[in-house]
Design a protein. Sequence first.
Length: 151
Amino acid sequence: MATSTANSAAPAFTGEFRHKIEGKNRVTIPAPWRFGEETELFMIIRSVKRCIAVMTREEVERHKAVATAAMNAESRARVLDLFGRKLRQVTLDKAGRISIPDELCKELGLERELWLSGAVDTFNIWNVSDFEAEKARERAAENDFLRQLGI
C-alpha cells in the first residue's frame, strides 16, 4: 500500500465541477484542488445536506476540537466514537484521483457522474440530481433575501 503524507498547504476548494465516476468509484479531482503528492483525506456524509464532505486531517482535527471542547469525558467519548465510525479515510493519489467507498456511493446514489463543489476548507461530492435541487433551493433563498432588501 502506498504511503500518504501529511497535508501541507491545503488548497482552497472553490468552484463547481461535474465529473464522471470511473471504475472502482474513482473520481479525478480538479487540478486546483490537488496537493503536490499523495495526500490523506477523509470523507463523511454531511448531516445537513445530502452529500459527502471531503476534508484534510487538519480539518478533521479542527472539527474534533470544536465538538469536544466543553464536553465531559463521557460525551466526548460518544462524539469521538460516532465521528470515528462515520469518517472514511481515502488517499488522493499522485494522478489526482480518489476512490469513494462503496457504502457512500450506495447511500447517496452516486453513479456515472457527480458534482464536486468547493466549500473553501473542504469540498463536497454530490449526486447530480441532489446538487441541482440544492442549487435551486439556494437560488430561491437568494431571491427571497434580495426581495426583502427591495432589490
